[in-house]
Design a protein around this ligand. Sequence first.
Ligand SMILES: N[C@@H](CCC(=O)N[C@@H](CSC=O)C(=O)NCC(=O)O)C(=O)O
Length: 282
Amino acid sequence: MTTMTTVSEAKAFGGTQGVYRHASTATGTDMTFAVFVPAHEAGERLPVLWYLSGLTCTHANVMDKGGYARACAEHRIMLVAPDTSPRGEGVADDPAWDMGQGAGFYVDATEAPWAPHFRMRTYIEDELPALVAAEFPVDMGAQAITGHSMGGHGALTIALRHPDRFRSCTAFAPIVAPSQVPWGEKALGGYLGQDRAAWRAHDAVAMIEDGARFPDLLVDQGEADNFLAEQLRPDLLATACADAGIDLTLRMQPGYDHSYHFISTFMADHVAWAAGRLRNTV
Ligand SMILES: N[C@@H](CCC(=O)N[C@@H](CSC=O)C(=O)NCC(=O)O)C(=O)O
């Protein structure tokens, strides 16, 4: 277990918004993440909501603009917001913003030059949960996951891979079928190689087609999102869920774009959705 250092802590809505850093064995780099811990009783273990961010983001975008703290405080739910990739001078990068640093796509890369550090699947699924369990007052038996865009892809694929770990999965404007859209074809091809069969385990629609299941899903999608038709394709998730009998609530939101204005508008709904399933009240 690596040692965690505190970068900053501030009181928010009666709880604590913190930023922490540790040396990751998964990525071989320092990794920074944000945690909101609501006010709670001594000895109380809190349910946790994981928020996975999108392309170009760090832990800070949702912390600064996502507007989750009031709802998490009301529902007494912790929120963890990891970074989206390894970073640093010795870490491979790409000149474009949709690949490399800030664009880890929640996979373990097998291809050069990415393989040595881009191990975000192992980091998010294994290493960071172990650290959070050791360092925070969390009930790891009560976990939920959500995310935005590339992070929505991460939330959906990780929940479909671990339906017994997560009681709730929601997403904001997720990339639902990376194998079928330009962002995903570039990233999965770069990180995993050109054998498209290997991509299916990292594509929510393909995973559902191949038998993965989750009890119910909430997806919010802005109708004025510039990336909707080319990159996000919620229609493909709707078809896959209908064919598989997965209860998908897909809310097309008129006028909303891809930004954190959209995310913060609906954040409280996603926290409430998670809370209902984490506390067994729905
Ligand atoms: N820099 C790009 C825009 C990149 C962008 O929109 N990133 C989104 C996630 S997209 C899918 O994963 C984001 O959340 N950005 C951070 C933010 O704070 O808005 C461009 O110039 O178009």
